[in-house]
Design a protein around this ligand. Structure first.
Ligand code: TXA
Ligand code: MG
Length: 309
């Protein structure tokens, strides 16, 4: 066990804030049973108090203690995908207090697979509330440097764990009502979830997770999704300094060009670092070449739609 991880667990116990790597994105953690620590977490993130936060654990057994009902589908999904990039929404037990659930009767639970996260959670021994370690509404961090750029000295410790392997947030499945609902596509595909449980369509009436807000995961520079066939035309007709995220080769008329992989998993892994890079390129607009409308691109398309106007 490294001393850094032990220190992280001690800080959490003392009510501190620790940024830590997960396989999806970096999280900003606080003791999920400590109202003051969670309040500070929300303040640092700039997050409204009625937004629920995901609680992270070292094992499914610990996680399920925070739910008062664990449906069979939850056990099956956990057996298949935990530890890993899946968050389950279940009816909360008394352990999940209002300050982590945003006052809702449900709680978001996740068992991450990143070895450093896992070790920290094992030593800590209980739930760690952790949103992505960025300021509210902006692009999630996938490296320790991103965390420091966003949150600087306001975090007590940043645990280093290299770039996040998946690069976009966990898949969220809501099992708190009748049937299973996909709230957020992510590291695990809808198709993989459906091998275990049938998903219902999402009711538009429950926008209580921040991922469902219109503009989220967004760079500060206005970004626009452009279909491949229109890219050339849009570039020629734009007078401003532009930055482009595309599959194809750089166009010399463009000020800043980042080429992305055609494989959806590799694209997701690089997406947030790429958006941050384009955002700081000093351009007036970002153009994003739209990936194919295909199932394997669903999670990336979801994030791109939110990042673009
Ligand atoms: O991959 C991830 O999930 C990362 C890493 C750090 O684990 N975390 C993350 O947290 O993305 P955050 O707070 O940025 O997004 C969590 C999402 C939000 O959209 C939140 O509203 C939703 O989960 N959520 C949490 N608890 C919920 C609940 N009880 N009901 C509905 N949505 C919930
Ligand atoms: Mg977030």
């Amino acid at each position: 066990m490294t001393p850094e991880i032990r220190k992280a667990a001690d800080l959490l116990r003392a009510g501190g804030l620790v940024a830590f790597p997960t396989e999806t994105v970096y999280g900003l953690g606080a003791d999920a049973a400590n109202a003051k620590a969670v309040a500070r977490l929300y303040a640092v993130k700039g997050r409204p108090a009625d937004h629920p936060v995901i609680v992270h654990f070292a094992s499914a057994e610990q996680a399920f203690a925070w739910a008062r009902e664990v449906p069979e589908a939850a056990r099956q999904l956990a057996a298949r995908f935990w530890p890993g990039p899946l968050t389950l929404i279940l009816k909360r037990s008394k352990l999940a207090q209002d300050f982590v659930t945003g006052g809702q009767d449900t709680v978001g639970l996740r068992v991450p697979s990143h070895p450093i996260a896992h070790e920290m959670l094992s030593i800590f021994g209980s739930g760690v509330a952790a949103p992505s370690a960025n300021r509210f509404g902006l692009v999630s961090p996938t490296t320790p440097a991103h965390v420091r750029e966003d949150l600087g000295d306001e975090v007590d410790l940043v645990l280093e764990g290299g770039p996040s392997e998946i690069g976009i947030e966990s898949t969220i499945v809501d099992l708190s009502g009748a049937g299973a609902v996909l709230l957020r596509p992510g590291g695990i595909s809808r198709e993989d979830v459906e091998k275990i449980v049938r998903l219902r369509d999402r009711e538009e009436a429950s926008p209580r997770h921040s991922g469902s807000l219109e503009r989220h995961y967004a760079p500060r520079t206005p970004a626009r999704l452009v279909p491949t066939h229109a890219l050339d035309k849009v570039i020629s007709s734009t007078a401003n300094r532009i930055a482009v995220l595309a599959f194809s080769r750089p166009d010399e008329r463009v000020d800043y060009w980042l080429r992305m992989p055609r494989d959806p998993a590799a694209y997701a892994q690089r997406l947030y670092a790429a958006l941050r890079e384009l955002d700081s390129a000093g351009c007036e607009a970002i153009l994003v070449e739209a990936p194919p409308q295909a199932a394997e691109w669903a999670a990336v398309l979801d994030r791109l739609r939110r990042a673009c106007t």
